[in-house]
Design a protein around this ligand. Structure first.
Ligand code: GH3
Ligand code: MG
Ligand code: MG
Ligand code: MG
Ligand code: MG
Length: 314
């Protein structure tokens, strides 16, 4: 039993040490009208290196949230002038993205019902006052871990595992939003589809692992040349990009630059060297759905393939 306990303590200490390394990046806001209570919580948080922001009521808290959109955790009192804790939780949940933000309500032991109500209003958790530091730290780190985990899961769902680029679903979601916004503001926007040339031959000649390596290297070229735009791997060796602010000429210049960068890059595999190219289709239109743009860009791509590959049509 003793061994088990000490091993547990050891793992806890390790976990704590890992957390302390990153806590200095985590902003926590403490909302309480009692200065003494704020100071107490601030001291506890700073002992674990969190960055603390204070607010003495709900109005100030909302204002501070606007100034510090990267606050990850709000700890709020219930009884405060101007706005009580429930109202504040409601306001925060309606004004700010729920993802990436945890809220812990504070309630005193005498009014036990407050805790459940905090959660009904949108808080993730609650703490009864007075509390032991151990419980305080457990609740804080559990809630922070939960939102980090959700973010990791979301990121994994949006990314292509091989290249780390956005996947097809994430791309079309974002493309819809970008394109409709650009169309409303009448900003020129181009849409592009790219397909690697004779990719099957690369797999056949050098193996699937080599094909994978080519895809990864190509993804890094996107990162280097197209970082301002939305791009993704939408299929096996097919990629797409939305270029907000680029007319057809500028988009063609960008995509041809990417193509030249790919062609210039020698891939070495099993002591042999080869080069890869792609074909692309670019469409610039101030109206039409994403599906429509996609189909027309695909038609252009088909023509580039027909014309002999390693070309961008637009
Ligand atoms: P084209 O120039 O007409 O596009 O010819 P292609 O050979 O590139 O096109 P095709 O559609 O005939 O073949 C695409 C190949 O891409 C077939 C498939 O096995 C390969 N592929 C798709 N996804 C992956 C992947 O994740 N890794 C590897 N290594 N190969 C992949
Ligand atoms: Mg109070
Ligand atoms: Mg291909
Ligand atoms: Mg093909
Ligand atoms: Mg293809």
């Amino acid at each position: 039993y003793v061994v088990k306990e000490s091993r547990h303590a050891y793992h806890y200490a390790l976990k704590l040490a890992r957390r302390l390394k990153t806590n200095h990046r985590i902003k926590v806001m403490v909302v309480d009208d009692s200065k003494m209570s704020r100071n107490h919580i601030r001291n506890l948080l700073e002992r674990h290196l969190y960055r603390v922001i204070e607010a003495q009521d709900g109005l100030e808290a909302i204002e501070q949230m606007g100034i510090h959109p990267d606050v990850r955790l709000v700890i709020t009192d219930f009884e405060m002038p101007n706005m009580d804790g429930f109202k504040l939780v409601n306001e925060i949940r309606s004004k700010f993205d729920k993802r990436g933000l945890a809220i812990i309500g504070l309630s005193s032991v005498e009014s036990g019902i407050l805790s459940a109500q905090f959660i009904k209003h949108g808080a993730n958790d609650f703490l009864n006052k007075p509390f032991y530091p151990e419980e305080f730290y457990c609740r804080i780190s559990q809630n922070l871990e939960a939102i980090e985990l959700i973010e990791e899961i979301e990121d994994a769902a949006n990314r292509d595992y091989l290249t780390g680029l956005y996947n097809r679903r994430a791309f079309f979601e974002r493309a819809e939003a970008l394109i409709s916004k650009a169309q409303k503001k009448q900003v020129p926007t181009s849409f592009c589809i790219i397909d690697l040339d004779n990719f099957k031959l690369i797999n056949d000649e050098y193996g699937h692992a080599c094909g994978d390596e080519v895809l990864k290297r190509f993804a890094r070229l996107f990162d280097k040349h197209c970082e301002k735009f939305l791009y993704a791997r939408i299929g096996g060796e097919e990629f797409a990009m939305v270029m907000v602010g680029l007319d057809n000429d500028k988009a063609l210049t960008l995509v041809n630059g990417l193509r030249q960068a790919l062609v210039a890059q020698a891939i070495e595999w099993d002591g042999k060297q080869f080069h890869v190219s792609f074909s692309g289709g670019v469409i610039t239109d101030s109206e039409g759905s994403v599906d429509h743009l996609y189909n027309r860009a695909d038609e252009m791509l088909y023509r580039a393939k027909e014309a002999g590959r390693n070309m961008v049509f637009g």
